[in-house]
Design a protein around this ligand. Structure first.
Ligand SMILES: Cc1ncc(COP(=O)(O)O)c(C=O)c1O
Length: 305
């Protein structure tokens, strides 16, 4: 697979509020960059697979939860690059639920094998002891961390912004581990400012970003996480559905919807001066909609269309 053959496009958003406030809002459709390796996962995996190849590996191991975008993308990338893949999945009870879980079913169809581990063991997965043991048990596997974030992932995320992105005043992205925003910050031009919208509650984003960011032209907007990771409200689901209806752009409930909700709320509250332009990076995650709909359906809630 030649990763350099794939490029993403910019789509301008047309909403009455944007005309009213005189603001240009566009979306960098990284979600469309590849049919199976979507959004920031494409960027994070590119140099990790290149490094694995360079070191002579043909097998990868990675980690994730039952609905992980990273697990789905790694499974697809492994298949396309002729690698075998093992996913260490959080929660032993999940093993019985593969058939009902769209993410794991997809990963399995792409050839990924699973190793279900207890939540206690999963918490230790980044410890030296756990990793050393893993290297002894699986010496021929290249290890990619949870969420795919490492130095090589950040190098890949530095390629998210293309030449057409530098005319925008603000670049925005969702934050999980903060790898994506770090890559984006590193590639911005002098006058650009980056806004990061965390999808979960944490106080450590600044610390994470400063480890590898070359600039400090960013602000973390941390009041649009909707109660925490993977938490959604009726208001958010209705927002996803109406945004798709009016713009034709689908958003995922875990990351990109929270960011877009935040952007439009900030516009409404005059956070931005008139005449500025915003480029929102769509980091993908749409594979997670089916899984979220299953949960919403069980609770008799409105579904994502
Ligand atoms: C769709 C999507 N958007 C954004 C993010 C956040 O990226 P990061 O973990 O690099 O902050 C993730 C998680 O990795 C994701 O899956």
């Amino acid at each position: 697979m030649n990763w350099d053959n794939y490029k993403s496009i910019i789509q301008e958003v047309d909403l009455p509020i944007l005309k009213q406030k005189n603001i240009k809002l566009s979306v960098l459709r990284e979600d469309l960059i590849h049919p199976k390796i979507s959004g920031n996962k494409f960027r994070k995996l590119k140099y990790n697979f290149a490094e694995a190849e360079r070191l002579g590996y043909k097998k990868v191991i990675t980690f994730g939860g039952a609905f992980s975008n990273h697990i789905a993308a790694t499974a697809a990338a492994a298949k396309l690059n002729n690698f075998e893949a093992i996913g260490f999945i959080r929660g032993e009870e999940i093993e019985a639920l593969i058939e009902q879980n769209p993410t794991l079913k997809f990963a399995q169809e792409e050839g990924m094998k699973f190793n279900f581990i207890s939540r206690e063991d999963y918490r230790l997965k980044d410890s030296e002891k756990f990793l050393n043991q893993l290297k002894i048990e699986f010496p021929d596997h290249y290890i990619i961390p949870e969420g795919g974030t490492n130095d090589l992932a950040i190098k890949g995320c530095e390629e998210i912004l293309n030449d057409s992105c530098f005319e925008y005043d603000f670049i925005t992205t969702a934050i999980g581990t903060a790898g994506t925003i770090t890559g984006i910050i590193n590639s911005t031009s002098k006058n650009q400012h980056v806004l990061g919208f965390p999808a979960l509650k944490s106080k450590h984003f600044d610390e994470e970003i400063r480890k590898l960011a070359k600039k400090i032209n960013y602000t973390i907007i941390d009041n649009y996480h909707f109660g925490g990771y993977a938490k959604v409200s009726e208001e958010l689901i209705n927002f996803i559905n109406s945004f798709k209806e009016t713009t034709s752009i689908p958003l995922d409930p875990i990351y990109t919807a929270k960011m877009m909700f935040g952007i439009l709320d900030l516009i409404q509250k005059d956070y931005f001066k008139p005449n500025i332009s915003i480029l929102a990076v769509h980091t993908g995650g749409l594979q997670g909609i089916d899984g979220m709909n299953k949960l919403l359906n069980k609770k008799n809630k409105t579904l994502i269309q």
